[in-house]
Design a protein around this ligand. Structure first.
Ligand code: GRF
Length: 200
């Protein structure tokens, strides 16, 4: 089985990226990481990826000023050059323009720390607590032009306990993200492969 070439886009510590790299150590995992790319040169996750022997690249979005598309075109060039077939956003903190999202339509997934469609955007844990929800969780979804809005691939939930703070809840959800993301990525790869087979 040929594995889909995977790029992981990060902005920070990269714990989800690490979970994906760990899963991909298994040669039967359907994606093979070829690039970890960060918009922040100081992202901790870049060091982790390099330790894992994966190619890393930082493209500082700040050097492009307000021109989001120019930044994305630079990313796009490198992704294409690396032969990337699927992108996993893992704590990538830049909103992507419709141009980039359409260029990678059906080939880009994201993990979001809420039970979508609830709590798109930021402060998801605080918002779930404030709403008095009994459960919170995380979602992996296809990326579409709306923020955290694409079709859901897989979700996992955890209980919200009395006295939870956003930090406590985030710590309960994060390990669940680390299990969910590799599973959902494998599922996404199968969907892409099925589509490729059907169009051949
Ligand atoms: C995770 O909670 C993820 O769901 C969200 O950003 C956070 C990234 O954490 N999109 P990490 O960099 O993967 O540790």
């Amino acid at each position: 089985m040929t594995r889909l070439k995977l790029a992981i886009l990060i902005s920070g510590r990269g714990s989800n990226m690490k979970a994906l790299l760990k899963a991909a150590r298994d040669p039967s995992f359907p994606a093979q990481p070829v690039l970890v790319l960060s918009n922040r040169p100081d992202a901790k996750g870049l060091e982790t990826a390099a330790t894992e022997g994966v190619a890393t690249l930082a493209i500082d979005h700040k050097t492009f000023g307000k021109d989001r598309e120019a930044f994305e075109r630079a990313m796009h060039e490198h992704l294409e050059a690396a032969g990337v077939e699927i992108i996993a956003l893992a704590g990538f903190m830049r909103v992507l323009t419709p141009w980039f999202v359409n260029a990678w339509k059906g080939r880009m997934i994201n993990i979001h720390p809420s039970l979508l469609p609830k709590y798109k955007g930021l402060d998801t844990h605080q918002r779930a607590i404030d709403a008095g929800d009994a459960e919170a969780g995380c979602t992996v979804h296809w990326v579409s032009p709306g923020v955290d809005d694409g079709e859901i691939i897989q979700q996992a939930s955890v209980p919200i306990m009395p006295g939870d703070t956003p930090d406590i809840l985030a710590h309960r959800i994060l390990p669940v993200e680390h299990t969910l993301y590799p599973e959902a990525l494998a599922k996404a790869c199968k969907m892409i492969r099925a589509q490729n087979d059907a169009s051949e």
